[in-house]
Design a protein around this ligand. Structure first.
Ligand code: ADP
Ligand code: MG
Ligand code: ZN
Length: 484
């Protein structure tokens, strides 16, 4: 959305938390599994009992370094954990283990594509490791319930420089971050379920002004669209205040998606002084070159490389390659279908329209899509080799969504094989022509459009099974025979 008052520009910095897909927690051996019985995945370490000692999960470091490398960060050889102290019922230890000074990754950037065709570089200030807190549940009884299963689940926090200047840029940045963590396989990227969380810092200033304005921080947005809406709301609110000669108060706001408004947190909740200090129970994390190189060698193909390869290997338009590589799971599906089907562009068309359309409509992910890559590949081959028309293929596709049958079996059982027998098609054509003498005259007097009418009739008569190219061609030659 364009800012209404063009004198101003927005300045945004994002803090994204991504929950890492490790089997066990960051500093103990408890399971990270989501949805287990409340308070079942806990031990003295993640409950913060006195005298226990945390031990760092090596995978957490490897995942964070992968993210750092994928976002062009410097990987610090030496980084330390700090205690961030605060009191809250879902934090039994009374502090969260995080990184403050000396984070593991710094000074990176990613590039995002914008709708006007330009690209924008957004600098990443730091990526650090930390642990999650538990969960307070307020809506299940007259009491507040606490589930501490999530205590100690590893997170990374990715913090940008204030380089983002619009809600669209923020949206594209988040999309890219989600894409990268999913490609790396370090986080499932699901914002609705909280495995990706975003806090947005916003200020506005007159264009040309170098100094940053006073910022507010918005929390509690659980979708990319909500981040976009919240930013639009807050940018306009700040501009209105400045235009009225008022001052922006630095504060934390909570996005209320129902009201479409960002409301201030109670100031008491906000007053924080975390008294960070180095955690005396944890040694510094040393990532030497050997380890860094080892992690780097695990780097999978990233979105941009996959995009380029799709254009080359499958000879796809950039538009297609871009859509197909948005998600790694879709890209994998495309490659599986293409290992069966020979017409790569046709595979792309089917996935972009029919498959993605179905996923959108049913709000499911490709993993839940009912048609296997192999069967979709076989279906496309049936069109390529002329066994069925593309129109019939759409019908078979619908049937495949409902059963696990192979396309061959469906085509055979429903008798859908394309009619490519010239004699058979001519017979149908002549029976149609016999019944529509007026339209023949119209056609011969130059009304070409009538041909479409005849094609339609033939397709209707053959229940869509006649080979369309042959119908067209044979109709023209049969009609010519009526010319005197
Ligand atoms: P805090 O100490 O309040 O957490 P930080 O310096 O850690 O602030 O920055 C947090 C985020 O806010 C970063 O993404 C940063 O880029 C962004 N940020 C800092 N100052 C501003 C500002 N004036 N306007 C918008 N974003 C800002
Ligand atoms: Mg901060
Ligand atoms: Zn534990």
């Amino acid at each position: 959305m364009q800012i209404k008052n063009s004198k101003y520009e927005a300045v945004i910095g994002l803090e994204v938390h991504a929950q890492l897909l490790t089997e066990t927690k960051a500093f103990c051996g408890c399971s990270t599994k989501f949805g287990d019985a409340p308070n079942s995945n806990v031990c003295p370490v993640c409950l913060g009992h006195p005298g226990v000692l945390p031990v760092l999960n090596k995978k957490v470091v490897e995942f964070t370094v992968l993210m750092g490398l994928a976002t062009n960060c410097t990987i610090n050889k030496h980084s330390i954990f700090a205690r961030k102290n605060y009191f809250y019922p879902d934090l039994p230890k009374g502090y969260q283990i995080s990184q403050y000074e000396e984070p593991i990754c710094e000074n990176g950037f990613i590039e995002v594509n914008l709708s006007d065709g330009s690209t924008k570089k957004i600098r990443i200030k730091r990526i650090h490791m930390e642990e999650d807190a538990g969960k307070s549940i307020h809506d299940q009884s007259e009491y507040t319930l606490v589930d501490v299963n999530r205590c100690g689940v590893p997170l990374i926090e990715i913090v940008t420089e204030p380089d983002i200047n619009s809600s669209e840029e923020a949206y594209q940045y988040l999309t890219k971050i989600k894409q990268i963590v999913q490609y790396l396989g370090i986080c499932d990227g699901n914002m609705e379920e909280g495995s990706l969380r975003c806090d947005a810092n916003v200020s506005v200033r007159l264009k040309g002004e170098k100094k940053l304005g006073v910022k507010t921080e918005i929390k509690n947005m659980n979708s990319f669209r909500n981040v976009e809406r919240a930013l639009n709301y807050e940018i306009e609110r700040q501009i209105d205040l400045l235009e009225d000669g008022e001052e922006i108060i630095q504060q934390t706001l909570l996005w209320n998606a129902d009201l479409n408004e960002a409301l201030p947190m109670r100031s008491k909740e906000e007053a924080h002084d975390y008294r960070y200090f180095p955690d005396p129970d944890l040694l510094p994390v040393i990532v030497d070159d050997e380890w860094k190189n080892k992690i780097s060698s695990l780097m999978p193909e990233l979105p941009e490389a996959k995009f380029k390869r799709f254009v080359q290997q499958y000879n796809l338009p950039e538009y297609d390659a871009d859509i197909l590589t948005q998600s790694k799971a879709i890209a994998d599906y495309y490659e599986k279908v293409s290992s069966v089907a020979s017409d790569y562009k046709s595979v792309s068309n089917w996935i972009m329209t029919d498959v993605l359309g179905y996923l959108n409509e049913h709000k499911i992910e490709i993993e839940q899509f009912p048609i296997s890559a192999e069967n979709l590949g076989k279906l496309i081959n049936l069109i390529t080799d002329g066994t069925i028309s593309s129109k019939i293929a759409k019908e078979v596709f619908q049937l495949m969504l409902k059963s696990n049958d192979t396309p061959d079996k469906i085509v055979e059982e429903k008798n859908l094989v394309q009619i490519s027998d010239e004699g058979e098609i001519i017979k149908v054509i002549n029976s149609i022509l016999d019944k529509n003498k007026n339209q023949i005259d119209e056609y011969l007097s130059g009304k070409d459009k009538v041909l479409g009418f005849f094609v339609g009739q033939v397709m209707k008569e053959t229940k869509g099974k006649a080979n369309p190219q042959m119908v067209n061609q044979l109709l023209k030659s049969e009609l010519e025979k009526y010319r005197k």
